[in-house]
Design a protein around this ligand. Structure first.
Ligand code: NAD
Length: 470
């Protein structure tokens, strides 16, 4: 029986391996992590992450051919294929701080693999890593394991799932990308991994490339996606200034088959753990390779995203007669997108911090994010793209976290919709209006509410990139 082990039981390692176990019943899959609480949660009825459909997949194969364990070394040493799906955040100090990827977790995983391996293995980069990371990993693995005759083949197999739709993305991926060395050993490893995916992915969707193309393609894909959002967001500002409607413009533009309609929704800005981190990483790599003009192109994508968040928060304050001091503002949605409880880099952090700095009282409701997480997010200092440290000015006594949208909006002067949760579309806005201070404002950072209907009720509505009277 082929044994697969995945180091890192996070948003990627957990769902990816659960689907692999489901689709390959004859393969034993073990997901290992140094975090005991995380592994305990994977072994319980309350999984550590929320992802539609995930509970069901895990229930079907857990303790049959899918296992979760903290016994990292044993499972790595017993496996034929070892995926590494540890976190690769942005470095916070030292060379490249604020831009470069921090490969500390990766390096420590690689050293451990080298130390415990007594048989040859395929080591798969599942994490998003800088281009040419495999070269460094090869050095660590081979130098540390010289005397034992154990061979390692490194593959790059970046993950393209999106949180909130991870299970569907894994069932029917647009493509699976496998990068490997051109040597016979490298190509044999590529074939072995391709055979695993071929259990459920059509062969024409499995793309095999060299290592560096696969590593760079993941950074490129995220940069292109984020760039699309910044493009439509930059357009949304112009729409507001000219009376055009960004949804109509996006529709007109997206019907061009060369452009396509997806990923053209204007919003308060992109978030999530990957887009900003991966673009910063790309910028760093461009700079290290003496390509400052290429770097500055990608910098602009992040600049526009920051601009959009600031523009939104400023619009809230300026619309409410230039002050939100002492005013209650309901924040509907804190996760970086719907159908996830993930708040990493969510635009809600920036918007909330700005409003709190202007002395607003925030009442925050999100269907999936816990109060503890929101308080933690609003109290942490972060870096911007230029390595300026942004101090979190969150004065947490101004913030309350509540368990439903009606409590959040009661006696509020304004509402900010910051996540596109479906339930926000069907709220009883007549009831909400009754219970709010007047004039009652709605600032829709995701264009999810029916602005026309809300205006009929009596709200003053601001929607991203839309005329104020449409
Ligand atoms: P995560 O933080 O949710 O999970 C990483 C896990 O690795 C953590 O549980 C951590 O405890 C564990 N870990 C770290 N070092 C370890 C070690 N030495 N041994 C065992 N466990 C260790 O991260 P994630 O969101 O799953 O992302 C993982 C990688 O995948 C990142 O490189 C990310 O950029 C990439 N990625 C993420 C997404 C996404 O949507 N989250 C999508 C595609 C790719």
């Amino acid at each position: 029986m082929v044994k697969i082990c995945c180091i890192g039981a996070g948003y990627v390692g957990g769902p990816t391996m659960a689907v692999m176990a489901l689709k390959c019943p004859e393969i034993q899959v073990t997901v290992v992590d140094i975090s005991e609480p995380r592994i305990n949660a994977w072994n319980s009825d309350t999984l550590p992450i929320y992802e539609p459909g995930l509970d069901d997949v895990v229930k079907q194969c857990r303790d049959k051919n899918l296992f979760f364990s903290t016994d990292v070394e044993r499972h790595v040493s017993e496996s034929d294929i070892v995926f590494v799906s540890v976190n690769t955040p942005t470095k916070t100090q030292g060379l490249g701080a604020g831009k470069a990827a921090d490969l500390t977790y990766w390096e420590s995983a690689a050293r451990m693999i080298a130390d415990v391996s007594r048989s040859s293995k395929i080591v798969v980069e599942k994490s998003t890593v800088p281009v040419r990371t495999a070269e460094a990993i090869e050095k660590i693995l081979t130098h540390n394991n010289n005397s034992r005759g154990v061979e390692f083949q490194i593959l790059s197999n970046p993950e393209f799932l999106a949180e909130g739709t991870a299970i569907n993305d894994l069932y029917t991926p647009d493509r699976v990308l496998i990068g490997g060395r051109g040597s016979p050993g490298g190509q044999k490893a590529v074939k072995a991994l391709r055979d695993v995916y071929a259990h459920w992915v059509p062969l024409e969707r499995i793309i095999c490339t060299n290592l560096w193309s696969a590593e760079l393609s993941k950074l490129a894909a995220n940069a292109f996606l984020a760039q699309r959002i910044s493009s439509v967001n930059a357009m949304s500002a112009l729409c507001e200034a000219t009376g055009a409607d960004v949804s109509q413009v996006a529709h007109a533009v997206g019907t061009d088959s060369r452009i396509g309609p997806k990923f053209l929704n204007a919003s308060v800005g992109f978030g999530g753990s990957c887009f900003q981190k991966d673009i910063l990483n790309l910028i760093y790599i461009c700079e290290c390779n003496g390509l400052p003009e290429a770097a500055s192109y990608w910098k602009q994508v992040i600049k526009v995203n920051d601009y959009q968040k600031t523009r939104f928060a400023n619009r809230v304050v300026s619309s409410m007669f230039n002050t939100v001091s002492g005013k209650k503002i309901a924040i509907l949605g804190f996760a970086f997108k719907k159908d996830t409880g993930d708040t990493r880099e969510t635009p809600a952090i920036d918007v909330c911090n700005r409003l709190v700095a202007d002395m607003a009282k925030l009442s925050i409701y999100d269907p999936r994010v816990l109060e503890e997480q929101i308080r933690k997010d609003l109290s942490v200092a972060r870096f911007d793209w230029n390595h300026h440290q942004i101090k979190a000015e969150g004065m947490l006594e101004q913030v309350s976290v509540v368990s439903d949208a009606y409590v959040a909006t009661k006696d509020a002067h304004g509402i900010c919709v910051l996540t596109e949760w479906d339930e926000f579309k069907s709220l009883d806005f007549e009831r909400i209006f009754e219970n709010m201070r007047k004039p009652a404002f709605v600032f829709d950072g995701r264009n999810v509410v029916d602005a026309v209907k809300l205006r009929e009720i009596g709200f003053i509505v601001y929607s991203i990139g839309k005329p104020l009277d449409s």
